[in-house]
Design a protein around this ligand. Structure first.
Ligand SMILES: [Zn+2]
Length: 399
């Protein structure tokens, strides 16, 4: 049942400020279609909760129409961590998704949740200030996530994490909800919001290969959180008689031909001295012929896998990140070639394929946005305001 107009939906008005920035009272009335008195009540509630601020030195008692308001994104912080196969980025973000402080750590995700999450806790302790008010935590992991329960399910590369209650682990230590999300989904959200693109595929190509899908502005997770996992679908390049084994236990996967770990395998077999994906990218940048050939071929394998997705979903943009994205056109040209060869012409007519320019903070930015959406969306904002209406000094210490 919808609550009466005057009683709820401060989330709708707050959403305008989150999307559009500074607005005057009149602009809120025009944009929302709400009555003046309802807008007045909601602005008052949001000012009370300190989720918006009057800018230009505050509102006069007469409530002059020229006064403008803006989202108070520093009202609280969201510690977020983007865990990859070989390390993580920990960050304290504000409510608009902006990383305020961050740290990088190298750790193998194979080491398991106890070790990895222990290091994350240490990193958060260094990054958080005493007066930070924590409203929630965002966690990105390189595997399929059962979003509602905050657990990873059958992760191909996360030994020891299957069924581990990641959300519960964080909820015991930090206030507010802990949101667990697949790492490529969080990147896709960051790309989508920052470029205003509602339909995009965010492709991450590093040690492994994955994709995050945002369509109509929403993450496509699928029923089990498995949507977009293109690294472990059958590669068209796979030899039907002798498909290459994949690290997931299957054979013939896209990753087994085009993932960073597969390129290291092939280059090593060809006598090239290389042990990391970053080194593969460096060799390509230096023009080493074997490395260039391998990465160009990898691009074609990935392009063939993505072409079907493009035909089915018709994205406006495919944006590429991950360590191998540093190979730039050597990688992109192979992907582009196969997509435009195989996908439907109508689906590629206005398709943009480009390298991400968000860099290593894309993951934590997306995680903070997803966590803020949960806290400040229409369904939960009333609860969020009620929980945090007492000034922090009067509350018992969190955690
Ligand atoms: Zn596989």
């Amino acid at each position: 049942m919808r609550p009466p107009e005057t009683a709820s939906h401060v989330g709708d008005v707050l959403g305008l400020f989150r999307d559009l920035g500074e607005l005057s009272r009149i602009e809120v009335i025009e944009r929302s279609g709400l009555s003046r008195s309802t807008v007045n009540q909601r602005l008052a509630a949001l000012l009370d909760a300190r989720l918006i601020n009057a800018v230009d030195g505050g509102e006069s008692t007469g409530g002059r129409p020229s006064t403008r308001f803006a989202f108070h994104s520093e009202r609280a912080v969201l510690p977020c961590v983007d865990i990859g196969a070989s390390g993580f980025v920990a960050s304290v973000c504000d409510l608009s998704g902006t990383p305020l402080r961050h740290q990088n750590h190298s750790v193998d995700v194979w080491d398991g949740p106890d070790r990895v999450l222990g290091l994350v806790e240490t990193a958060f302790a260094r990054l958080l200030y005493d007066d930070d008010e924590i409203w929630g935590v965002g966690v990105g992991v390189p595997g399929p996530v059962e979003f509602a329960s905050g657990r990873v399910v059958n992760p191909p590369i996360m030994t020891g994490w299957d069924g581990f209650d990641i959300a519960g682990w964080f909820s015991k230590r930090y206030p507010g909800p802990a949101i667990v999300e697949n790492d490529t989904n969080s990147r896709a959200v960051a790309e989508s919001r920052q470029t205003g693109t509602d339909n995009l595929i965010a492709l991450k190509i590093g040690t492994g290969i994955g994709s995050g899908l945002v369509f109509n502005g929403q993450i496509i997770r699928g029923n089990e959180g498995a949507a977009g996992d293109i690294g472990h679908i059958l590669a068209t390049a796979a030899d039907q008689l002798a498909p290459l084994p994949c690290r997931c236990g299957n054979v013939g996967c896209v990753e087994a031909y085009a993932g960073g770990w597969a390129l290291i395998r092939d280059l090593s077999a060809a006598g090239v001295d290389v042990t990391s994906v970053a080194e593969v990218a460096t060799l390509v940048q230096q023009g080493q012929m074997d490395a260039v050939r391998s990465v160009r071929n990898a691009g074609r394998v990935i392009g063939e896998a993505i072409a079907s997705l493009v035909s089915i979903l018709n994205p406006a943009t495919i944006v590429i990140s991950g360590q191998l994205a540093a190979c730039d056109e050597i990688l992109l040209s192979g992907i582009r070639e196969k997509i435009f060869q195989r996908a439907l012409p109508l689906a590629t007519r206005n398709l943009q394929l480009r390298r991400s320019d968000l860099g290593e903070l894309a993951g934590v930015t997306g995680l903070a946005l997803i966590t803020a959406d949960r806290l400040l969306g229409v369904d939960n904002v009333d609860q969020t305001i009620a929980t945090h209406s007492t000034p922090p000094a009067a509350r018992p210490t969190a955690g």
